[in-house]
Design a protein around this ligand. Structure first.
Ligand code: PEP
Ligand code: MN
Length: 272
């Protein structure tokens, strides 16, 4: 049955082959497995430098860290801003890692793109259409997170905004959705991985950190994501999670757990 879809450029009908995004030699999409790791937020030069070193040693390719944080309450830590972008860029350069950081408003897209290799759109901004349009006007790769209440169709239409603007470098990120379950912070929708890959040619990245909100669930959900065919993972890791600035420490791996997980993933990626 031919189903008419509201999105075109994001659809596999339009583009049968997997999109592979090549960023300075790191290939995201197709048969490659990319691992992005790092703190929820950039806190200091020492913090981001030390975590970058650990991500690199563990075999990760991309350093994650937020300089602009989309916090649910206005009195919570909001990120250190442009200074954080500079600190993370320096750590990435020094340790040979790509960098990814969140951008929340169209006005900050250019400065974030100047300092980071990949721009993240957070779950709360998946339908910030002005932001998506601005991201469509540049060529910097974008990791678009699924809105926590978004259907696959809404998610792919959000990606379509960026693609339609002329930026083909989009990856989709499943980061958990809101359900009735409160034991976990969100419910990681593992089925989203094969479904999105059948509907779309874009790489699909899984975020088991925000997808569960619980450190002990990151390892099994990361492995399950790879078994389900994810093209990559984005995982929070911190050297001192109990004292991290955003409260996402409870869903951050300790460095040794991160390293052990990546070792296991290597073996798993060979099997699946
Ligand atoms: C994050 O990556 O730290 C983040 C805020 O993610 P999300 O938008 O998925 O909540
Ligand atoms: Mn976080």
């Amino acid at each position: 049955i031919k189903i008419s879809k509201s999105y075109k450029l994001a659809s596999r009908d339009f583009h049968p082959d997997d999109t592979v995004i090549d960023i300075k030699g790191v290939k995201i999409g197709g048969d490659n497995l990319v691992v992005m790791g790092g703190p929820c937020a950039v806190e200091s030069p020492r913090q981001i430098d030390e975590i970058a070193r650990l991500v690199k040693n563990a075999g990760g390719q991309v350093l994650r860290g937020g300089a602009f944080k989309p916090r649910t309450g206005p009195y919570s830590f909001q990120g250190i801003g442009v200074e954080g972008l500079v600190m993370m860029a320096e750590a990435g350069r020094k340790h040979g890692l790509l960098t990814i950081t969140e951008v929340m408003t169209p006005e900050y897209v250019d400065i974030c793109a100047e300092h980071a290799d990949i721009l993240q759109v957070g779950t709360r901004n998946m339908q910030n259409f002005d932001l998506l349009r601005k991201l469509g006007s540049i060529q910097t790769p974008v990791l678009l997170k699924r809105g926590f209440s978004a259907t696959y169709d809404e998610f792919l239409n959000a990606a379509e905004y960026i693609l339609a603007g002329g930026n083909p470098n989009v990856m989709l990120c499943e980061r958990g959705i809101r359900t009735f379950e409160s034991y976990t912070r969100n419910t990681l929708d593992l089925a989203a991985i094969p479904v999105l890959q059948s509907l779309s040619h874009l790489p699909v990245i899984s975020d088991p950190s925000h997808g569960t909100g619980r450190r002990e669930l990151i390892e099994p959900m990361a492995k399950a994501s790879v078994a389900a065919g994810a093209n990559g993972l984005i995982i929070e890791m911190h050297t001192d999670p109990d004292n991290s600035s955003t409260g996402d420490g409870v869903q951050s791996l300790f460095p040794d757990q991160f390293a052990a997980l990546l070792k296991d993933l290597e073996k798993l990626a060979e099997v699946v």
